[in-house]
Design a protein around this ligand. Structure first.
Ligand code: HSE
Length: 452
């Protein structure tokens, strides 16, 4: 076939190697689908590798590769936010399309990168940056383009979900499961990004911008990880019909009164969800994103969220899209400047840049969720009444209460589930509960969502 597409792969870690394997395994399929040959001309790697085809040029100078005439599409899979940013900007400046799996970079610098790409009339494709192999970017930007999105909730960190699943099902220790996730190539270079929720927050920032047409605002995402979750809370939640999952939420609030502010909630945290919810049954390294949109309603997208094969699949889907864009340019014989027209491609953040909205991101105290509370109290008359009175005075509606027999002499754990409440009200109520003489420890709180 004529008109070969020349790829450069920057970074030969789990993902870069996965892309090479995918191309080797499925080359015939790829060619038949895009009508052109796809060849890797250059790879960026710190040290020479003897497992790479000798026709492929190996170079440790990534900036040179990003500017090379022998490259049409640059695949950035080195990660990080410094060199990765420089090579992407370099590629854009040299008129090359970019495919990246780098959620941290886009969440933190995406507004600048996308604007630069628009100005240079190239695309920065990033399907692999969110939820691994699930084509959620394509779904939200294209398949749901006619819908107004009200909220989305997602399990968007495979490592965290893998750890939570193994702990719950097998009682395995946290650290042990994390090491396995690293060995399987699921975890970030710095695994605290996975377990502290930062990786999920990066992905949520991207999803929220696509959902609501707001600029990327990673710094405004409320972020809690899974390190504080105990097996005790997992088991109380199960007893009450719920399961604890680490979820990212992006929610549009219209506001309907003094305490309910209008804006967007961006939050990542452990959450109790009903055991029979589909999301509660997404286990292991699987990710899933539940989108509630109008008029479509709820749709769920599920698949492997990390690992070489899943991520390479997403990277190459983007490459194929770009090959088609390049193909149509050749076919139409349009000049570069003629292409500067939003109608020719899906906008990076789904909405055309001039139409991005300034809807505010709500502060944590303004967010509305249900709660699971674990309160430890002395086993004496009136304790429960004191706690429930404080909650009722704060206008907090109790949905369920579970009081366990004293596990230490004279102390009882009391588990309370509440209906949704503005966080500032819950903060005040917890402050008052913790001041009661009968309360022995800090109140443990985990958010709860019925996903309805
Ligand atoms: N560390 C990430 C995860 C990789 O576990 O989901 C995919 O983004």
């Amino acid at each position: 076939m004529s008109n070969s597409i020349k790829l450069a792969i920057l970074g030969l870690g789990t993902v870069g190697t996965g892309v090479i394997h995918l191309i080797n395994d499925n080359l015939d399929e790829l060619k038949r689908r895009c009508g052109r040959d796809i060849i890797i001309t250059e790879v960026g790697t710190r040290r020479q590798r003897d497992d790479i085809d000798t026709n492929i040029m190996q170079n440790s100078d990534l900036m040179a590769i990003a500017a090379s005439d022998n490259v049409d599409i640059v695949i950035e899979v080195i990660g990080g936010t410094t060199l990765a940013k420089d090579v992407i900007m370099q590629a854009i400046q040299h008129g090359k399309h970019v495919v990246t799996a780098n959620k941290a970079l886009l969440a933190e610098h995406g507004n600048e990168i996308f604007a630069y790409a628009e100005a240079n009339n190239v695309h920065v494709a990033y399907e692999a940056a969110v939820a691994g192999g699930i084509p959620i970017i394509k779904v939200m930007r294209e398949a749901l383009a006619a819908n107004k999105i009200d909220w989305l909730a997602g399990i968007i960190n495979g490592t965290g979900n893998f750890i939570m699943t193994e702990m719950r099902d097998k009682g395995r220790p946290f650290a042990d499961v994390l090491v396995e996730a690293q060995e399987l190539g699921y975890a970030e270079a710095d695994p605290t990004f996975d377990v502290e929720g930062i990786d999920a927050a990066h992905k949520l920032a991207l999803l929220a911008s696509i959902a609501f047409g707001v600029p990327l605002q990673f710094d405004s995402v409320y972020c809690e990880g899974i390190t504080g979750i105990t097996l005790q809370d997992v088991s109380y939640a199960e007893e009450l019909g719920y399961r604890i999952k680490h979820l990212g939420f992006a929610v549009r609030r219209d506001g309907n009164g003094d305490s309910d502010a209008a804006g967007i909630e961006l939050r990542v945290h452990p959450t109790l969800i009903p055991q029979d919810a589909l999301l509660a049954n997404v286990n292991g390294v699987k990710n899933a994103v539940l989108v509630n949109s109008h008029p479509l309603g709820q749709t769920l997208y599920c698949g492997d969220g990390a690992g070489a094969g899943a991520t390479a699949s997403a990277v190459m889907a983007d490459v194929m899209d770009l090959v088609r864009v390049l193909g149509s340019k050749d076919n139409n014989n349009q000049s570069h400047s003629d292409q500067k027209n939003h109608g020719h491609h899906v906008p990076h953040l789904a909405f055309i840049p001039e139409q991005l909205s300034d809807t505010p991101i709500l502060r944590a105290e303004q967010m509305i969720t249900g709660y699971y509370l674990r309160v430890h109290a002395y086993d004496s008359p009136g304790v429960l009444a004191d706690i429930t009175r404080i909650l009722s005075d704060a206008g907090i509606n109790i949905d369920a209460i579970l009081q366990k027999p004293a596990h230490k002499v004279g102390q009882v754990p009391v588990i309370i589930l509440t209906l949704p409440v503005v966080e500032s009200q819950m903060n005040l109520a917890i402050e008052k509960i913790e001041k009661l003489d009968t309360i022995t420890d800090k109140v443990v709180r985990i958010r709860l969502d019925e996903l309805a």
